[in-house]
Write a protein that binds this ligand. Structure first.
Ligand code: NAD
Ligand code: GLY
Length: 372
């Protein structure tokens, strides 16, 4: 594959967190550009954590860019898939760090999608009580969401992302060129998180996505650059106000309460995370409508865009006998739940989100109506 040279004046979205502030670089050719990694301390060792799919595509390119900066660059390819976002796979990172004699200055690079990014970040938070790391996201979903903001985690069979830490990277380096090799289904999954930012924060962006959805699916470079940049700006603004999710940050989980129940209920990996979020947003929009936050036309508008993005608009049946009951059971194991009460991110007027509880009977009715 041809390497696109880095453009002068690479856009940078700053994320302002005091001494934990960092840049999100967005552009073409960054993976091959040593200066894109200037935030990492020089003269140290590096471990690139990636997976068996991404390693052959981009492992060498990143290793070559890091070679001038680091004393030694090691690489670890994890098994690919959400079903491997667990303790056993996390432990492979610690095994590699210890085998290579990694010290407190060793820099971890997360080269991959959200699964690699979440696990590498969590490993960085834990190893020797914290070593530096850099996010190098290679999926659209990771570029617009998971690599930004410092949430790191692994799954537990009883709940999605339940074991983790807040731990910020030194930098996020989004090379848009890598999206060219992303399977269409994964691109669509990333679009779910792009669409999410409209209803919760910026309806002008939602309008823009509606008019550029075909360009985005066709990998139009300008459209992708705008989508990644605007998504990162919105996320950086939210995280800058509420790094550890004391309140506001929870709005970024629009669609996730229902979506996480689908992922856990079907078994991790059956539906992609973005697919669960997509159907979950439609379900949350219906619930918002029932509670008077939006009208039916808004729900339809959101569902139409989600469908045009190639994503599911109906929830999965996760239990043939008591589907709504199983959803409720899984949604009670959610980080937003308080004393067993599920709290949903709902839309309270287009572009505005609230976090609140809802009566079980209403939630059951929405699930019954929305599941295929
Ligand atoms: P993923 O990491 O599983 O990547 C999707 C697939 O694409 C994988 O098979 C991967 O190997 C492959 N891939 C990655 N880059 C590629 C490329 N450039 N070309 C070809 N194939 C490529 O999934 P994801 O959608 O990136 O991330 C989902 C995960 O992110 C979930 O575990 C979710 O919980 C997490 N997440 C975390 C946050 C957060 O704030 N930390 C936010 C949203 C999602
Ligand atoms: N994806 C939700 C968050 O980062 O808070």
């Amino acid at each position: 594959m041809q390497h696109t040279p880095r453009q002068a004046g690479t856009p940078c979205v700053p994320i302002d967190l005091g001494e934990r502030s960092y840049p999100i670089l967005i552009g073409s050719g960054l993976l091959a550009d040593p200066s894109a990694f200037d935030a990492a301390p020089a003269g140290t060792d590096a471990l690139v954590v990636t997976n068996t799919t991404v390693a052959p595509l981009y492992g060498e390119r990143l290793a070559a860019a890091l070679a001038p900066r680091h004393r030694r660059v090691h690489q670890l390819a994890l098994p690919d898939g959400e079903q491997h976002k667990d303790w056993a796979t996390l432990n492979l990172i610690f095994d590699a760090l210890l085998t290579h004699g990694a010290d407190r200055k060793t820099v971890l690079y997360a080269l991959g999608g959200g699964v690699v990014g979440d696990m590498t970040g969590f490993a960085a938070a834990c190893y020797m009580r914290g070593v530096p790391f850099v996010q190098v996201p290679t999926t659209l979903l990771a570029q617009v969401d998971s690599s930004v903001g410092g949430k790191t985690a692994i799954n537990h069979p009883l709940g999605k992302n339940m074991i983790g830490a807040f731990y910020q990277p030194l930098a996020v380096v989004c090379d848009l060129d890598v999206l060219k090799t992303l399977p269409a289904r994964e691109l669509s999954a990333g679009l779910a998180e792009v669409i999410k930012y409209g209803p919760i924060a910026d309806m002008a962006f939602f309008d823009w996505i509606e008019s550029h959805i075909d360009a985005l699916r066709a990998l139009d470079a300008d459209a992708l650059a705008h989508a990644v940049r605007r998504s990162c700006e919105i996320k950086a603004a939210v995280v800058g106000q509420d790094e550890r999710e004391a309140g506001l940050r929870a709005i970024l989980n629009f669609g996730h309460t229902f979506g996480h129940a689908i992922e856990a209920g079907l078994g991790y990996g059956a539906w992609l995370h973005g697919e669960g979020v997509a159907a979950g947003m439609v379900m949350a929009a219906h619930l918002s409508c029932e509670l008077g936050g939006v009208d039916a036309a808004f729900v339809q508008r959101l569902a139409t865009l989600i469908e045009r993005a190639g994503l599911p608009v109906r929830g999965a049946v996760i239990d043939a006998h008591d589907n709504a009951g199983r959803y409720l059971e899984l949604m009670r194991v959610d980080k937003k739940a308080e004393a067993g009460e599920i709290r949903f991110v709902l839309i309270d007027g287009p572009g505005r989100a609230v976090v609140r509880a809802a009566p079980d009977a209403l939630v059951r009715a929405v699930i019954d109506r929305c599941c295929a």
